[in-house]
Write a protein that binds this ligand. Structure first.
Ligand SMILES: [Ca+2]
Length: 329
C-alpha cells in the first residue's frame, strides 16, 4: 500500500516542483491595456460615435487619425474619455503628429490632461484654465523672450488644484514642475509621448527619433493625483497654426502584485512637492525705460562735469589775471 501511495505521490510532487512560479519581474512585462481608457484604430464603433470617448470643438475623425485642429488659425479641438480612471499606477502612451506649412512660425500646441472636469473648453491649448489635476503641455510656440526662456517645441507638466493660472506670456514657466525641449514637428515617422504615473512619481518620455524607444524628458516625485479623474487631449491654434493629429492613446495599468494597497485616493487634492526654480514671477526688463534712465543719469553727470570744468577754468583765469596785475604794478 505504501509503495502504491509513493508511486502516485512522487510524480505529483515532481510536477509541483517544476511548475513555474510567477516572479514580479515577469508580471511587470504583462502590463495590460485598459480598453475603456484607450483610443485605437478603428475608431468608430456603431454609428458615428467612438466608444468611451467624447469630442469638443473642431475635432474631426478620419480612418487614420483624429484631427484636433487643422492647419488654420484660431481653432480648438479635444477628445475626452467618458470613463473616470480608478487605476492608481498608469502609463498613457500617445501617438501624435504635429505638422503644418509654417517653417518658423507655427502654434500653438497640444496638451494631455488628467483632470476633474472634462469637456471644458478654454484658453490653455483648447482646454480650461484653473483646472484641477495634471496637464502635460506640448507647446510649439515660444511666447516668451524674457528670463527663463528655452527652446521650443517644449514639453512641460503642471499640477493644479484649481487656483493656478497657466500664463501663456511666460509659456507656463512659473507653474511648471519640469520640462524639456522636444523637436517633434513635421517629422515623417511616428512620434510618441508617454506619461507615466507610478508611486507618486511622474515621468514624461518621448519617442521622436524614430528609434522605437522612449527617452526620458523628465521625472518628478511627490506628485499626488486622486483617482476618478478623466483623461483627455486638446489642441489649439491662434494667430499661428498647425495640424494637431492624435493617432492613438493607450492606457496601461502598471501596478504590480507587490504594490501595497495605497491609501484611498478618491478625495485627495492634486499637489506637487517640487516645482522647478525659479518660481517667482520675474518681469521682463523694459529696455526703453532703462535707456531713458541711463540718458538722464548721463545728462546729469555731463552737466556736473561741464560745471566743474567751467568752475576750475574760471578759477584758473582769475588767478592768471591776478598774477598779470601783480607784474604790472
Ligand atoms: Ca507658448
Amino acid at each position: 500500500m505504501e509503495t502504491m501511495a509513493a508511486a502516485f505521490l512522487i510524480p505529483f510532487l515532481l510536477l509541483l516542483s517544476f511548475s513555474p512560479t510567477i516572479s514580479p519581474q515577469e508580471w511587470n512585462t504583462q502590463d495590460y491595456m485598459k480598453r475603456e481608457h484607450s483610443l485605437v484604430k478603428p475608431y468608430q464603433g456603431m454609428g458615428t460615435s467612438i466608444p468611451y470617448w467624447d469630442f469638443l470643438g473642431n475635432t474631426m475623425v478620419t480612418n487614420n487619425y483624429i484631427r484636433l485642429t487643422g492647419d488654420v488659425q484660431s481653432v480648438r479641438g479635444a477628445v475626452w474619455n467618458k470613463v473616470p480612471c480608478f487605476v492608481q499606477n498608469w502609463e498613457m502612451q500617445i501617438q501624435f503628429k504635429v505638422h503644418g506649412r509654417g517653417k518658423d512660425l507655427f502654434g500653438d500646441g497640444f496638451a494631455f490632461w488628467y483632470v476633474k472636469d472634462p469637456m471644458a473648453e478654454g484658453d490653455v491649448f483648447g482646454s480650461k484654465d484653473f483646472f484641477t489635476g495634471l496637464g502635460v503641455i506640448a507647446d510649439t510656440y515660444s511666447n516668451h523672450n524674457g528670463p527663463h526662456n528655452h527652446g521650443h517645441p517644449y514639453i512641460s507638466a503642471m499640477v493644479n488644484n484649481g487656483t493656478l493660472h497657466y500664463d501663456h506670456d511666460r509659456d507656463g514657466t512659473h507653474t511648471q514642475l519640469s520640462g524639456c525641449v522636444a523637436k517633434f514637428r513635421n517629422l515623417d515617422y511616428d512620434t510618441y509621448l508617454s506619461i507615466r504615473y507610478k508611486h507618486d512619481t511622474l515621468t514624461v518620455s518621448i519617442d521622436i527619433d524614430n528609434k522605437r524607444a522612449f527617452k526620458e524628458c523628465f521625472t518628478v516625485g511627490g506628485v499626488i493625483l486622486p483617482t476618478g479623474y478623466y483623461f483627455g487631449v486638446s489642441a489649439a491654434t491662434g494667430d499661428l497654426s498647425d495640424a494637431h493629429d492624435l493617432i492613438s492613446m493607450k492606457l496601461y495599468d502598471i501596478s504590480t502584485p507587490d504594490d501595497d494597497i495605497l491609501q484611498d485616493r478618491a478625495n485627495v487634492m492634486p499637489s506637487a512637492s517640487f516645482f522647478e526654480p525659479p518660481r517667482d514671477h520675474v518681469d521682463d526688463p523694459k529696455p526703453s525705460e532703462l535707456s531713458t534712465w541711463k540718458k538722464i543719469l548721463l545728462l546729469i553727470f555731463g552737466v556736473i562735469a561741464i560745471c566743474g570744468c567751467v568752475f576750475i577754468g574760471g578759477l584758473f583765469y582769475v588767478k592768471q589775471k591776478e598774477q598779470q596785475r601783480k607784474r604790472f604794478y
